[in-house]
Each structure stands twice: as C-alpha cells, then as structure tokens.
Design a protein around this ligand. Sequence first.
Ligand code: ZN
Length: 136
Amino acid sequence: MTDKPLPVPNADTKEFWEGCAQGELRLQRCRACGAAQFPPRALCATCHASSPVWERASGRGRIVSHTRVHRPPSPAFKADVPYSVALVALEEGPRLMVTLRGGAEPRIGDAVRVGFDPPAGPDGIALPHAIILEAP
Ligand SMILES: [Zn+2]
C-alpha cells in the first residue's frame, strides 16, 4: 500500500496547516483593502499590499460545484473511490476545494461546514473536508 501524498507546509502555508491541525480553518485578510484570501500568499491578491494577517474563518460555506471521483488519482486512493469533491464558497468569500464526507448526496447551494481529517504524516497534516449540513 502506498501512502497518500500530503502537502508540505512552506513559509506562506505554515500558519494555515497549523490551524488545521488544531481544528481551526484560517484565512488571510488584507490590512489595506480588507479582502480575505485563500490560498495563502505573501501579498494581497486584490491590492498587492504586503503581510496579510491571519484570522479564524467561520468554517461555513456553500457548495458551488462538485464531482464524483471514480478513478483513483494514484494507487494510494484505490480504497477511497468513489468519493465526492466539492468547491466550497466560504462565507468570507474565498473558495476551497475539499473532499466531502458523510455520504450525503451533494447539490449545488448546499450549506456545509468544514471539518478536519486526523493529522497524518511527519508534519501532522490534517486535511480539511466538508460535511453537508441538514436542510433547515
Ligand atoms: Zn488588499
């Protein structure tokens, strides 16, 4: 069995992955224009100001798009297929591509909350996932 590939934190993403390991979704926010952004980077993607600050995100969002994966991207994922992947628009604005957990059939517009897989690998990476919330 092959281990699944995991992200390797770098200077831009370290804070994000530390948050995930603590069960906290973190986004960057620009001090100059107020834009929230993901993925993390050294500059604001909207106005190019430097040093965006980290904040805890709500972890709430809605499904913008989704797909069902039937063919594993590598042998390491063979036991996981089929599984669903969703593009989630977070309440704060940025979009996040995550695996859907919980088995519910996804629909565009469904409300989700972000959760985290158990930490894995030498860096203790806890991958974010999304769970569809019950309809109100
Ligand atoms: Zn900005």
